[in-house]
Design a protein around this ligand. Structure first.
Ligand code: GLA
Length: 379
């Protein structure tokens, strides 16, 4: 044993020396499992010196787990999800997924482009939600590349055929996840097309900044959304086309406010239609520039999440459809209000509202949406 030890140490050190920047951010491949039909789902594990690590899987180019330290330094997985691929495939909550081609809703699944009327697959009260019956969240993406060094990253891609779910044009999409040593996880979504079409890609992570199941409700979390306006919706959550001020409504999160403070305000029609929060906020500042969209702070664990984006809006969804029937990866039954979902994106139903920023994509141009999750702790 004593004779063997120096040999083993030498091998281990040799392996370290061969790495690009030993001890820096690392990306490594793993297998996550297989779908019931045998399709293998791959994983890429990203880790950094900050103690943050994330697992990205090829089913839906999604975040399957994300560990960040709480104020005592204890790491916990702060996203909802499952331990096996088939559970993701059978579930309708889009946990951690890349959603598209069009994140959020398109009224009746219809839109017109250059005089041509398109009918999309409908899957939500007669409307099209998050890409239709089988959106990007249920597609198996390809790992294009991984890198380690100053930051760890993975790029996954998917080619969506012309006409898929009713959308025109062959669309080439990439999702790049980059974990840096500064405590940030960044997502770059890019898309190109061979015919005029529409696109709206977003990340659908359900954050829960708790340090354990006892403090799981997100209702005491302090939320701040950097938006003075929002897009009101009708009973089936399709925008009316109006852009209204948040001032004087339960949607005013311009200052840090406990999520639970107004969530039961039955006098507010928007809260009633959404069963809580499920609205698109019009972000202050200029779309196309990276600016803060929101900040969530869990006073119990000390974790703070800030979300930055280049997108014009952010959907804040308070996990209203979680009913205790879905059992997550750690055996926790997910209930209403157990998560904060912040989806930076174009406005819902944008193709049907001339006054909303355009979601059109033409051949020869590249769509790009940046989302940055910045993690820290408050002592
Ligand atoms: C989005 C929608 C919600 C809901 C969830 C997934 O956040 O706005 O209404 O559909 O996705 O359950």
């Amino acid at each position: 044993m004593s004779l063997l030890r120096p040999l083993i140490t030498a091998v281990a050190l040799g392996a370290l020396a061969a790495m690009p920047d030993a001890g820096a951010a690392q990306a490594g491949r793993a297998t996550f499992g297989a779908l019931a039909d045998g399709t293998r789902i791959q994983a890429v594990d990203l880790s950094s010196r900050t103690g943050i690590r994330a697992r990205i899987i090829t089913l839906g180019a999604r975040i399957q787990s994300l560990y960040t330290p709480d104020r005592t330094g204890k790491p916990d997985d702060i996203v909802l999800g499952f331990a096996s691929p088939q559970q993701y495939f059978d579930d309708g909550n889009y946990f951690g997924a890349t959603v598209g081609r069009f994140a959020n809703r398109i009224g009746k699944g219809r839109f017109t482009l250059d005089g041509h009327a398109y009918q999309l697959a409908t899957n939500d009260h007669g409307n099209s939600l998050h890409g239709g019956t089988r959106g990007f969240d249920k597609r198996v993406w390809k790992i294009d590349s991984i890198t380690s060094g100053r930051s760890a990253s993975v790029t996954m891609s998917y080619v969506s055929p012309d006409g898929e779910e009713g959308y025109p044009g062959t669309m080439h999409v990439t999702a790049t996840y980059t974990l840096s040593d500064s405590g940030e996880l960044r997502i770059d979504y890019r898309a190109s097309t061979d015919k005029p079409t529409i696109v709206n890609l977003s990340g659908h992570s359900y954050f829960n900044l708790a340090s354990g199941p006892a403090d799981f409700s997100t209702m005491p979390d302090l939320l701040q959304i950097d938006a003075s306006r929002y897009t009101p919706v009708d009973e089936v959550l399709i925008p009316t086309g109006e852009i209204a001020p948040v001032a004087g409504t339960p949607l005013d999160f311009r200052k840090p406010t406990p999520i639970g403070l107004h969530i039961r305000d039955g006098n507010d029609a928007q809260i009633r239609y959404c069963h809580g929060y499920d609205m698109n906020f019009v972000l202050d500042g200029r779309p196309g520039t990276l600016r803060r969209a929101a900040r969530v702070a869990d006073p119990r664990s000390g974790r703070v999440l800030e979300v930055y984006t280049t997108a014009p809006g952010v959907q804040f969804y308070s996990g209203n459809f979680l009913s205790g029937t879905v059992i997550g990866k750690s055996g926790i039954a997910y209930r209403q209000g157990d998560a904060v979902v912040l989806e930076p994106q174009d406005f819902p139903d944008a193709p049907n509202h001339a006054n909303f920023p355009s979601a059109r994509l033409d051949p020869g141009t590249t769509y790009h949406n940046v989302i940055v999750y910045r993690f820290s702790v408050q002592r």
